[in-house]
Design a binder for this molecule. Structure first.
Ligand code: 6GU
Length: 243
C-alpha cells in the first residue's frame, strides 16, 4: 500500500504518520506515505492556491489548477490514475468495512481541502470517493486523512503483529470491547473481578462475552442489532430485531 496525500500542510500529516505502529510499518516499507504539497504546483507569482468564490459569499475556494497538477504528478509517477479520496463532511461516512475495502488497493490518493471548499471542476475530474469521518466539521481534511490512513493500514497484512491482529479479531462481529484490568489486584478501593483471577479460562471467556454484550446494549444498541448473537444470548439479553 502506498499513500499519496495532497495537502497544504505536509508537516502536520507526517508528524502523526511517522510515529508509533504506522510509522514503524512505513520504516519497514510495508506501507509508503508520501505527502505532496499542493502549493509546489501553483503557477501564481505569489504562490497563491485559492481565490474568491464566483457568485460571492464568505471564504476562499481552492483553485483547480494546482490540485490537478499535483494529482497528475502522482498519476504519472505510478503510471495510472489512483483511487482518489476527497475528505469532506459531505461524503459517505467512513466505517470499518470501508477501511477493509480500501486496504485492498495498491495505492490511495487523499485530497485534503481547506478554506470554504475546492473548485468543483477538479473534483469532478479526479475524485473517485467522497468520504467523511463523522457528523461534525473539521477545519481541513488533514486530520480526516490521518484517521483513514491509520484505520486502513491496520488492515494491511504485516502492519500489526500476530498478537495485535488476534486481539482485534476477538472484538469483531459488532460487539464492543470487554473491560481490561492489570496489576495491582486492588487499586483505589476497587478490586479486579474475581473471575479474572480464577484461572478458569472458560469462565473468563464467558464473562468477557457477557460484558461485551452488556456494554454494547448500553452504549451502542444500534450495533447490537447487527451483532452475531446466539438464540440463547438474544433471549437472555432481551435482543430482538427492534433492539
Ligand atoms: Cl473528511 N473533512 C472535513 N473537513 N471535515 C470533516 C470531515 C472531513 N469529516 C467530518 N468532518
Amino acid at each position: 500500500m502506498r499513500y499519496y496525500i495532497l495537502t497544504l500542510f505536509p508537516e502536520m500529516v507526517l508528524s502523526a504518520l511517522t510515529t508509533s505502529i504506522i510509522g514503524k510499518a512505513a520504516q519497514k516499507g510495508i506501507i509508503g506515505i508520501e505527502t505532496v504539497n499542493i502549493r509546489d504546483f501553483t503557477k501564481d507569482r505569489h504562490q497563491k492556491v485559492d481565490d474568491y468564490p464566483y457568485g460571492g459569499g464568505a471564504g476562499m475556494v481552492m483553485q483547480a489548477q494546482p490540485i490537478y497538477d499535483a494529482y497528475r504528478s502522482v498519476a504519472e509517477q505510478i503510471g495510472r490514475r489512483p483511487r482518489t479520496v476527497y475528505l469532506t463532511p459531505q461524503g459517505r461516512t467512513f466505517t470499518q468495512a470501508a477501511a477493509k475495502e480500501l486496504a485492498q488497493q495498491e495505492e490511495l490518493l487523499f485530497l485534503c481541502g481547506h478554506y470554504e471548499g475546492v473548485d468543483e471542476r477538479v473534483l469532478e475530474e479526479i475524485v473517485t470517493d467522497y468520504v467523511s469521518i463523522g457528523d461534525y466539521v473539521l477545519t481541513g481534511g488533514e486530520l480526516a486523512a490521518m484517521v483513514m490512513v491509520d484505520a486502513i493500514s491496520r488492515m494491511v497484512p504485516g502492519v500489526l503483529t500476530n498478537e495485535e491482529s488476534a486481539f482485534m479479531e476477538s472484538f469483531e462481529g459488532n460487539l464492543l470491547e470487554y473491560p481490561q484490568y492489570s496489576r495491582p489486584v486492588e487499586w483505589n478501593g476497587k478490586r479486579v473481578p474475581d473471575v479474572l483471577l480464577s484461572g478458569d479460562h472458560k469462565k473468563v471467556e464467558d464473562w468477557r462475552r457477557e460484558q461485551s454484550i452488556l456494554r454494547t446494549r448500553e452504549f451502542r444498541p444500534d450495533l447490537l442489532r447487527k451483532a452475531k448473537l446466539t438464540i440463547r444470548e438474544k433471549a437472555v439479553y432481551g435482543v430482538n430485531d427492534r433492539g
